[in-house]
Design a protein around this ligand. Sequence first.
Ligand code: CA
Ligand code: CA
Length: 190
Amino acid sequence: MIKSVIAASAMLVASTAAASVYNESIDGDLSGDRFNPTLISVDNGLNTVTMQVVDSALPGGDRDYFTFSIGAGQSIDSIVVTDAFNPAGGFDSVAFVGLAFDSIFDFDPDAFTGPGLEGFVLTDMSVVGTESIGALSGGLTSLGAGDYSFWVQQTGEDITELSLAINVVPSPSAMGVLALGGLAAVRRRR
Ligand SMILES: [Ca+2]
Ligand SMILES: [Ca+2]
């Protein structure tokens, strides 16, 4: 029975998979309205969001906002900018990525002031491929149940295409409850 509990736990971990949960080239442009971000759904595993932004300082520019919820028993253990490049082949591949612990973004992107911005990264090559959860969250290493919103923009005239990979895992407490539940079941059956 202990073996089967361990096997069940291993399956839980193994069931986590990488998935593209939103890609603007397929799913359309993400919202530019910070009070109405595009709602996406994430699940355990690697959730990849791919978008393009350009020139938010001008009327024809494009900001992207999206939001999602992390459920009870889940947490985010890493956020990585997996790619950032200029599709036109220009040099400017650096965009701004900010995070709020909310389903909207109170922070005003034009005045660059206001509450709600927990942290941000600029997608230069020193950031691409590296763990950014701390920079985005004000130093946290794990983000638990709640609402989260991302704000992505580019203040240059070249398009930046970038991908974010958000890794969602069963939270340690949920794993503990699962294991304890399994052990309790073992004990009951003896
Ligand atoms: Ca976009
Ligand atoms: Ca947009």
